[in-house]
Write a protein that binds this ligand. Structure first.
Ligand code: SF4
Ligand code: SF4
Length: 406
């Protein structure tokens, strides 16, 4: 059966590539992907030149105006600067006129030096750097193979990025050691002048084994209270200056924009994920044989994108259960992430996101203030509210007069 449809993308919105497969120089105990325990083999697994060229060429041919790449690992910088020079050279060779190319790298930050920072600045890369908070928190879990903390090296890397004016986001995994310390985390963020933050509740599972239910290191209530406390600090009397991804996505929804994060959208991401060897998957959390779409050595991008597995994966998220369907926050939450739905086997797809209580807590706690903020943003941008009887911008399906415009 051919699942091609006008509503499904014909090219991935973005390509995420596991640049060095599981190779990594850190041994964070909660990692959902790497098993090398901080000691990669003598030879780092990198993407071979022919495969790199083929994929970049096809992405450029398929992209209409904009093409986006996310380089992930393991630790992608282990591939070396020459690998990334090859990347930008192929991108320049195959880009159609007026194509906007964006590159993002998700790194543990330990290998960033002046040369890397200059490269990232030159080619306008966006960096995501993982730090779990102040040294005492970070060094408990983000350690080298021999058990040494990585905080000093990460912060030195961040310093290099700052000096070279490379834009970066901070990714902070939430676990037992920092979930009860939102105030301390927010002070640390302010002290270090970080401007863009993403908090990720720790999900202890293996991407390569998508059938097994994740184990969670924090409770839904803990995460909910964390988000509420952070919200109070972030809101700053209706004039927040810090970008926190969860709140940004919520606000996007309230002003009528499509949230950029897949967990806040009505369908899963149309990002294609490639293993270093070219194996293709629909999501970074599902790198198992059942979800393997094919391989970019033998299949074309277009063939992968028209596979039934791809379309059914993207659409599965929108089949939410009764609890979500009746929930007044569904239009914000969209049922969360299917990987976090609780249940076993096919029943999991019909389950509720493990963090449901967290979402309900923060949505009810911050909703009035968030709506005020949305109104302010729309006013500032000169966007008129819909008429009182027209559907509200936030997508709730309610009339504007009884929803955010009320
Ligand atoms: S808050 Fe819970 S019940 Fe409501 S939509 Fe989200 S996961 Fe479903
Ligand atoms: S399963 Fe979760 S992480 Fe993967 S695309 Fe869907 S919402 Fe995003």
């Amino acid at each position: 059966m051919n699942f091609e449809s006008a509503s499904l993308p014909r090219a991935p919105r973005s390509l995420m590539w596991k640049t060095v497969s599981e190779d990594c120089n850190l041994a964070c105990d909660y990692c959902y992907y790497s098993t090398c325990k901080g000691t990669p083999g003598q030879k780092i697994r990198t993407i071979d030149r022919d495969l790199l060229e083929t994929v970049i060429r096809q992405m450029m041919e398929a992209g209409s105006g904009g093409v986006s790449f996310v380089w992930q690992g393991g630790e992608p910088l282990l591939a070396g600067l020459s690998f990334f020079e090859q990347v930008v050279s192929f991108q320049a060779r195959y880009a159609l006129p007026h194509t906007i190319i964006s590159n993002a790298v998700q790194t543990n930050g330990t290998l960033v030096d002046k040369a890397w920072a200059a490269f990232f600045k030159r080619y306008s890369f966006l960096l995501g750097v993982s730090v779990d908070g102040p040294r005492a928190i970070h060094d408990k879990r983000r350690i080298t193979g021999s058990g040494a903390g990585s905080y000093n090296r990460v912060m030195a890397g961040i310093e290099e990025l700052g000096q070279a004016w490379v834009p970066y986001n901070i990714l902070t995994v939430l676990h037992e050691d920092n979930i009860e310390r939102p105030g301390e985390l927010m002070s640390w963020i302010a002290e270090n002048d970080f401007s863009h933050i993403q908090f990720i509740p720790c999900m202890d599972f293996r991407s390569q084994d998508a059938t097994t239910q994740g184990r969670y290191l924090i409770s839904p209530r803990q995460y909910g209270h964390f988000l509420c406390e952070v919200f109070d600090i972030w809101y700053e009397d209706g004039d927040p200056t810090l970008s926190i991804r969860f709140f940004d996505n919520w606000l996007q929804k309230l002003v009528g924009l499509e949230p950029e994060l897949c967990t806040h959208r009505s369908t899963c991401s149309s990002m294609l994920v490639l293993e270093q060897n070219g194996d293709a998957y629909p999501c970074d959390f599902y790198l198992d044989p059942e979800h393997r779409l094919g391989n970019m050595r033998t299949d074309t991008l277009q063939q992968l994108m028209t596979r039934e597995k791809w379309s059914s994966f993207i659409q599965a998220k929108s089949r939410v259960n009764d609890q979500c369907r009746q929930c007044r926050f569904l239009h914000y939450c969209q049922g969360g992430c299917p990987r976090n739905r609780v249940g076993s086997g096919s029943a999991r797809e019909a389950g509720v996101d493990y963090f449901c209580e967290s979402y309900s807590l923060v949505y009810s706690y911050g909703e009035a203030r968030m709506r005020k903020l949305a109104t302010k943003v729309l006013k500032r941008e000169g966007v008129k509210r819909p008429p009182r009887n027209a559907p509200c911008l936030c997508g709730s399906g309610k009339k504007s007069k009884v929803c955010c415009g009320a």
